[in-house]
Design a binder for this molecule. Sequence first.
Ligand SMILES: Nc1ncnc2c1ncn2[C@@H]1O[C@H](COP(=O)(O)OP(=O)(O)O)[C@@H](O)[C@H]1O
Ligand SMILES: [Mg+2]
Length: 375
Amino acid sequence: MPLFIGLMSGTSLDGADGVLASIDEHVDGCQVQVLSAGHVDFPENLRSTLLALQHPGADDLHHEALAANQLATCYAACVRQLLTSAGITSDQVVAIGAHGQTIRHRPELGYTRQTNNGALLAELTGIDVVVDFRSRDVAAGGQGAPLVPAFHQDLFAAGGLRVIANIGGISNISILPPRGSHAVPTTGFDTGPGNMLLDLWTQRHCAQAYDRGGQWAASGTVNAALLTVLREDAFFRLPGPKSTGRDLFNARWLDQQLTHFGNLTTTDVQATLVELTATTLIDALVTVAPHVNEVFICGGGAYNTFLMGRLHSALAARGSTATVQSTLEIGVPPDQVEALAFAWLALRFMARTTGNLPTVTGAHGTRILGALYPA
Ligand SMILES: Nc1ncnc2c1ncn2[C@@H]1O[C@H](COP(=O)(O)OP(=O)(O)O)[C@@H](O)[C@H]1O
Ligand SMILES: [Mg+2]
């Protein structure tokens, strides 16, 4: 089976996740076998530069170009890790699908920017590199996001109605009708913040990258008034297709919402932010898929035990009996799913087959996604 590498670094800015996998496409779905998986933490200066690039600043072009080079170097380190641990050489890999780092996402203005240096990555790895998967969908009038539902459908669709929820920095859901049923299309959209606000608050008040297992949040109490204010953001009321990112849910947004809640403890704010992540995701899910049978969580949020419990409670509170489990239960560790999606998107590009779902992104039609830097 042909080998592909997928590299993903999302809005959490925690680093790059990579997988080396064999992927085989059939008419009724795909089969994957992960040969190795890896992660490279971003150096602190890259993290802070990427964070600064989310907003206008001095000499942005220069800083963006240098960040792209440093990112490609991290990606190349991840590729070396993957090849070494699988005992595979670069010439055995068909292509790398490298997401790049989103620094601006403004589909309504006709652009989305994933900073990356595909040329450098091709130079450093000697492998064909496919980049810039989102722009073509945006050019076709779509949101350019989320792109993963097509892959989720291909890999995870089953007998019943399944939802895959990816809780990275931002959360997105894929609603997967039963395999082979053509009555309802696959849909999906961003539901709002995932770990992003949780990480931001934890970094600010605990000097840790994230709240491991959600233990800090679990020791707090949800503040109903703050939760109501947070949930009032217009994004949550928009129907899909919709996508979001740090352009909206950032430190400035959170500080604005907290203006009248200065008396709350930082712990109660964290508990309330978990509740925001859980309830906005479940509300969106139940609205579009009220009869869902199974919910599977991927992304770093799947490792937040407290959040997983809150998702289950929120679902039960809406009268659903669906189960909430990690994607590990269906064969893929939660931190590998997104990287695998970009390996799959590289396969689709190399085969010159389409990678987007207009029912998800709102594009005028299906399109071949990506741009190639040959080895
Ligand atoms: N053990 C854990 N407990 C709580 N949260 C976790 C844990 N492991 C990962 N996370 C969360 O997942 C985030 C990374 O998720 P990821 O799927 O990589 O997001 P992105 O795609 O945005 O980079 C971390 O920043 C952290 O918030
Ligand atoms: Mg990540």
